[in-house]
Design a protein around this ligand. Structure first.
Ligand code: CU
Length: 112
């Protein structure tokens, strides 16, 4: 009985794995010490990027001017911002309050 079950469980595990992998297609960028870490990332279309504010007190923003983002969308320690990139291209972004003072900026390369 058990010897018949094992191959079945194995097959189900293999079949389910691609779904799990797709759901976890998220890249995390840390926001800490007035910087995006890493500042430059390369991803495939359909990938979600999550910026996590890991400061002790400081708020920041993730502002994509070319994508028509609203200004002033600040997020605080423990908070995050997410965006899914569906199309290939170069997507530069800045933290509005710290772009000039700290060079706080990054780029998302979306490559097929
Ligand atoms: Cu900032």
């Amino acid at each position: 009985m058990i010897s018949r079950l094992v191959p079945t469980v194995f097959a189900i595990t293999i079949a389910a794995f691609p779904l799990v992998a797709a759901a976890e297609d998220t890249v995390v960028v840390a926001v800490e010490a007035y910087a995006f870490v890493p500042a430059e990332i390369t991803i495939k279309p359909g990938t979600k990027v999550r910026w996590e504010n890991r400061e002790k007190r400081q708020y920041h923003s993730v502002y994509f001017e070319q994508l028509g983002d609203p200004t002033g969308d600040y997020f605080f320690p423990g908070e995050s911002r997410e965006r899914v990139f569906e199309t290939a291209g170069e997507f530069p972004y800045i933290c509005e309050p710290h772009w000039k003072s700290h060079g706080m900026q990054g780029v998302v390369h979306v490559v097929e």
